[in-house]
Design a protein around this ligand. Structure first.
Ligand SMILES: Nc1ncnc2c1ncn2[C@@H]1O[C@H](COP(=O)(O)OP(=O)(O)OP(=O)(O)O)[C@@H](O)[C@H]1O
Ligand SMILES: [Mg+2]
Length: 438
């Protein structure tokens, strides 16, 4: 018997690479459910004695589950004879004495969850509704050597536990393989589905993007930078001019995060030179890379986050004769900027200036990570009605990783910088206008 999976190419990493956590997220009709169902049937057919659990948060009746999808899939793959459905007990008998069970995690507690300990695979479908409690219950239970946890979901809110775990929390990075799939990745979607999509396309844009493009549902009112602004900036192409200032921003790793980001922005163009990301680099290594970039690009200004270990980077660069400016995120917002509201501290001011820049034509690379970074932080107002951007440490507490890339870009707005070419012009003009009176 040869089973040949016929699945869209986006899902290939989930089939060919190994990881404890496997995830597929995206909008409607992207074949997420079919792909996972197929993979599960395939694994059972190839590995006699395999045990798996098909989970969801709430399963009032078996109809809520993927029971029927699995039956249909086995039949479609012409291995229906290997599986014996036992709907009365919510399970399917599988090859070699294996079993596939169907459960709602909501019904699980510390005792009955133990029945899953010997299981090889847990597949959580519609995982956007997974609660933190259920996830915490499941993770240590699936503990057999080589066991896997699969999740498929249509993103709902940025803070949904599965989304945080598999797309944001960097602790899980080495353990996970996650793919994003949308309708265009599924050549097998039918004509009816396409009709539905076109109907929605003609309607409300945010709703369409949520349902079909896998964007989060209505964005939070407390989000400082909205998704629309970010997408517009990603779609733009830079149009550089000679007078554009070149500025380097350096966000140095902190709060146990190990990513340092160096970003070069030239006027409205933050796209042509994508950010440099250094993982696990120490102060000396970061300083060396910053100095190398200064030598290479000859920027008009260099701003380095000097909080935490960043101070060491600033010191080292200065010691080596490079002129760099240290920026303290918690420091005072030191100037009034047109179009920028009152800000609580330097970081809020830089983010507000960056938001204004995005509105006025800034160009950024098209990347999901950057989109998450820019739209991640929430904001509020302090007692003086000044804008406050959510602290990195608070984001960490929510399980959201700190927006290092966006912070590096924000640092390029720490202080106004004038391009060298313009500065030379101004100097020349000042000299020619200088008429000393005797
Ligand atoms: N391997 C396949 N062979 C044939 N058709 C397929 C295959 N995979 C997916 N399809 C078609 O694509 C449709 C959408 O797939 P699926 O239901 O898995 O999408 P989904 O991403 O889970 O969407 P939703 O968000 O609506 O749950 C299916 O109804 C089916 O018609
Ligand atoms: Mg589905």
């Amino acid at each position: 018997m040869i089973l040949k999976p016929d699945t869209p190419a986006v899902f290939e990493p989930l089939w060919t690479q190994s990881a404890r956590y496997k995830g597929a997220h995206g909008g409607r009709g992207s074949a997420k459910s079919w792909d996972r169902g197929q993979h599960l049937v395939f694994r059972h057919a190839m590995e006699p004695g395999l045990n798996s659990a098909c989970l969801r948060e709430v399963q009032a009746t078996l109809k809520d589950s993927v029971f029927k999808l699995i039956e249909d899939t086995a039949r479609r793959l012409e291995v229906g004879g290997l599986f014996t459905p036992v709907p009365s007990d919510s399970h399917i008998k599988c090859p070699g004495g294996g079993v596939m069970i169907f459960r709602g995690m909501n019904d699980m507690n510390a005792d009955n969850i133990k029945s899953l300990e010997g299981f090889d695979i847990a597949w959580w479908e519609e995982a956007q509704t997974a609660t933190q409690r259920s996830l915490d219950l499941l993770r240590p239970t699936i503990r057999k050597p080589g066991s896997e946890l699969w999740f498929s979901w249509n993103p709902r809110l940025r803070g949904d536990p599965v989304d945080v775990m598999l797309r944001q929390d960097r602790r899980f990075e080495p353990e996970r393989i996650v793919v994003e799939a949308n309708w265009r990745d599924n050549p097998m979607r039918g004509a009816e589905l396409e009709k539905e999509r076109l109907l929605d396309l003609a309607g409300d844009e945010a709703r369409y993007r949520h349902i079909w493009e896998g964007d989060y549902e209505a964005e939070s009112d407390m989000q400082f930078i909205g998704g629309g602004l970010v997408r517009e900036a990603m779609a733009r192409e830079p149009n550089p001019t000679i007078g554009d200032e070149l500025v380097l921003g350096v966000d140095v790793a902190r709060f146990g995060d190990d990513r340092t980001v160096i970003w070069a922005r030239r006027g409205r163009d933050a796209k042509t030179m994508p950010p440099i990301i250094l993982k696990g680099a120490d102060t000396m290594q970061v300083a060396a890379r910053v100095m190398a970039e200064i030598d290479r690009l000859k920027p008009d200004g260099v701003f380095i986050d000097e909080g935490g270990v960043g101070g060491g980077v600033v010191d080292r660069c200065r010691q080596m004769g490079y002129s760099v400016i240290g920026v303290n995120f918690g420091g005072k917002a030191d100037r009034a900027i047109e179009g920028v509201p009152k800000c609580r501290n330097k970081r809020a001011q830089m983010w507000a200036t960056m938001r204004e820049w995005l509105r006025e034509g800034g160009c950024i690379p098209d990347s999901r990570d950057l989109e998450m970074d820019l739209t991640g932080p929430l904001y509020g107002f302090d007692v003086n009605n000044a804008i406050e951007i959510e602290k990195k440490s608070d984001m960490k507490k929510r399980g959201v990783s700190s927006p290092d890339e966006a912070d590096a870009l924000a640092l390029t707005f720490a202080y106004p910088v004038v391009a060298r070419s313009i500065r030379r012009q101004q100097e020349a003009q000042a000299q020619s206008e200088w008429h000393p009176v005797w």
